[in-house]
Design a protein around this ligand. Structure first.
Ligand code: FAD
Length: 116
């Protein structure tokens, strides 16, 4: 019998959320309107208030206050998201990601063609 899907744990929830957040940043407009900037800020604020890992969400809300989202354009937001993720990586003892590779990881695919 086919194995049924189960509720997500903290790590799967994290991976799914980073998929969404980095991909949202990768496709954020290069020249956002003021409304698009506000919508992105509200979206991040809402996620930080509803994220279903209480202590993760608490730290996320604090982080948003210290490091407000850089919504001026796509490159700025992608870099900001990478740095946010790196602060979480450091906090939980994971490797820091090279933010120079964010475009390849989340938009274009690796230069060696492995995502083609
Ligand atoms: P993930 O960290 O989920 O990363 C997924 C993929 O993203 C990686 O394989 C890599 O290719 C890429 N990546 C990694 N770092 C970066 C980066 N800096 N920029 C761009 N791409 C990158 N877990 C906790 O235990 N405690 C917490 O307090 C906590 N807070 C969180 C807060 C938020 C807002 C989110 C979204 C998640 C949080 N998590 C937390 C979950 C945690 O970040 C990881 O998602 C989880 O531990 C699974 O890790 P992973 O090794 O599978 O890779």
């Amino acid at each position: 019998q086919r194995r049924r899907d189960c509720p997500v744990d903290k790590d799967e929830l994290g991976r799914s959320t980073w998929n969404l957040l980095h991909t949202m940043a990768a496709y954020y407009p290069e020249k956002p309107t003021e409304t698009e900037k506000e919508t992105m800020k509200t979206t991040l604020d809402s996620i930080s208030k509803t994220y279903p890992c209480t202590h993760c969400a608490e730290d996320f809300r604090k982080d948003l206050k210290t490091n407000p989202p850089a919504v001026s354009d796509r490159d700025a937001l992608a870099k900001w998201m990478c740095e946010l993720h790196n602060r979480v990586n450091v906090k939980i003892g994971k490797d820091v990601f090279d933010c120079g590779l964010v475009k390849e990881r989340w938009l274009d695919g690796w230069k060696d063609g492995s995502c083609d």
